[in-house]
Ligand binder design. Sequence first.
Ligand SMILES: [Zn+2]
Length: 73
Amino acid sequence: MAYPIKTCIVCGEEFELKPDKPGFANRCPECSEAEAAEPERRRPTDALTRKTESEANAARRQAMRDLLYRKDS
Ligand SMILES: [Zn+2]
């Protein structure tokens, strides 16, 4: 059975558009895999966001502690 031939919008290579092909219909399997791997590359940014949030929480706790100490003295 022949599949329609599409041209990948990313690399320009022609590929067979199979019905079960994962990813975008206008990208070849190789470029679809590259796109699927992107969440892996985004993980450091998420870690940085979590770090920033935890630092903000730490700063908030420190401010609360300062208020308590000021109340004691
Ligand atoms: Zn491609």
